[in-house]
Design a protein around this ligand. Structure first.
Ligand code: MD6
Ligand code: FE
Length: 212
């Protein structure tokens, strides 16, 4: 098995509109290590409040690790090799790569890990992840800290949606038929976890980006 190295041995505990979710795939220690790794990344590449192409600030803080990072500003949505400050994105920490190996089902490493920070009141509108150039690879999403209401639709915006509360340590994967599913975070349950210093939720999404 060259493509699937066998690490994804556990069955998902449930599916939300076809998207598999492995609940509490990460032990409390693995969650702590992932948060520590994120905080280290943020020392080099601090969280920024991105603005949409129309100029509206998003409610999440955002940074990245890896060869490329996803950004949005007046210039549009895209991947860039540098943080807006000009520094290169730090490498994806080993503790986070280990989650990709466990959950992605593919042998190659991700190009990018987008890191979203949700403080109280933050949300993420319904969207597709479609800027990666090659949409044949999975996107692995890791939830850390406060619970979040995750909404998943189909590949068309107007489709029926299903929702699920994601808890700390849960991992969801968008791949194959659900790779282009619309998804978003309606709200977080502030104070439901004490994992993230200062409170809130961190979401990691690891992706393969064409050419990186
Ligand atoms: C979040 N997640 O959980 C937002 N993207 O905060 C995403 O945008 C996402 O969960 C791609 C694949 C899975 C996801
Ligand atoms: Fe997404």
């Amino acid at each position: 098995m060259a493509e699937n190295d066998g690490m994804r041995s556990l069955r998902p505990t449930l599916r939300v509109n076809g998207v598999p979710v492995w609940q509490e795939l990460l032990s409390p220690q693995a969650q702590q290590e992932a948060v520590s790794a994120v905080l280290e990344v943020a020392e080099t590449a601090p969280f920024v409040v991105p603005v949409t192409p129309s100029g509206r600030p998003m409610s999440v803080g955002m940074t990245s690790a890896g060869s490329v990072g996803w950004i949005t500003d007046r210039g549009g949505y895209r991947y860039e090799t540098r943080h807006p400050s000009g520094v290169l994105w730090p490498p994806i920490p080993e503790a986070i790569l280990a989650i990709w190996r466990k959950a992605s089902g593919v042998a190659r490493p991700p190009s990018s890990c987008l890191i979203n920070l949700y403080r109280e009141g933050a949300r993420m509108g319904l969207h597709q992840d479609k800027d990666e150039g090659d949409l044949t690879w999975p996107v692995v999403s890791v939830s850390l800290g406060d619970a979040a209401l995750f909404r998943v639709g189909g590949t068309e915006r107007k489709g029926r949606t299903e929702s699920l509360w994601l808890n700390s340590g849960d991992v969801a994967v968008l791949s194959g038929e659900t790779r282009l599913a619309y998804h978003g975070i309606d709200r977080i349950r502030a104070g439901s976890s004490s994992l993230v210093p200062g409170g809130g939720r961190i979401n990691l999404t690891m992706r393969v980006v064409a050419g990186y």
